[in-house]
Write a protein that binds this ligand. Structure first.
Ligand SMILES: Nc1nc2c(ncn2[C@@H]2O[C@H](COP(=O)(O)OP(=O)(O)OP(=O)(O)O)[C@@H](O)[C@H]2O)c(=O)[nH]1
Ligand SMILES: [Zn+2]
Length: 185
């Protein structure tokens, strides 16, 4: 990531909005924003699939659900945050079970990029299907988009819910409803 370039761009934005980038309070702002972008866009340089490489040979072929995984991402249209929770369920097959924290790490790496909520949802589901070849995967994400609350339509408190459903969860409404019931408990 070119942090020097981010700094000069932020300086230009401050000038463009009619501010004085050299005044006391703004002097370090380009550097701070560059540090922040390095953090919130850290996923661009990461391959989330590495988190699915260590599998435990555990013969559990029923649901595993990690719910309420907090995440934050940056909406790619306005570069403002959207913040919420992800619920990730899968049904392992052939002993291909991964560490629970890895589900959260996958959500993190995929979120830390300019994103759309739909793409995060789909990416997490597809990654798990590809890497673990499980019986099924279901990802549900709930988030509030700052681009809808602090600007534009200015609707605070509205939540966007997206889901991606694969395999058994797609074909079997009982399995799907079980996940939804557990999420909403
Ligand atoms: N589908 C989807 N849309 C998003 C997401 N984040 C932000 N948006 C929307 O992206 C759209 C961009 O619309 P544009 O009309 O190009 O931009 P805009 O004029 O700033 O839109 P307004 O927000 O309506 O003022 C807006 O409707 C946002 O609400 C997301 O994760 N998924
Ligand atoms: Zn936006």
């Amino acid at each position: 990531m070119d942090k020097e370039k981010i700094q000069s761009a932020v300086r230009m934005i401050l000038e463009a909005i009619g501010e004085n980038p050299d005044r006391q309070g703004l002097m370090d702002t380009p550097r701070r924003v560059a540090d922040m972008y390095e953090e919130v866009f850290a996923g661009i340089e990461k391959d989330p699939a590495i988190h699915a490489q260590t599998v435990f040979d555990e013969p559990h072929e029923e649901m595993v659900l990690v719910k309420d995984i907090q995440f934050s991402s940056m909406c790619e249209h306005h570069l403002v945050p959207f913040i919420g929770v992800a619920h990730v369920a899968y049904m392992p097959k052939n002993g291909r079970v991964i560490g629970l924290s890895k589900l959260a790490r996958i959500v993190d790496d995929i979120s830390k990029r300019p994103q759309l909520q739909e793409r995060i949802t789909k990416s997490v589901a597809d990654l798990l299907m590809e890497e673990l070849a499980p019986i099924g995967v279901m990802v549900v994400i709930e988030a509030e988009h700052m681009c809808m609350s602090i600007r534009g339509v200015k609707k605070q408190g509205s939540t966007t819910v997206t889901s991606a459903v694969r395999g058994e969860f797609k074909t079997n409404s009982k399995s799907r409803n079980e996940v939804l019931a557990l999420i909403n408990r």
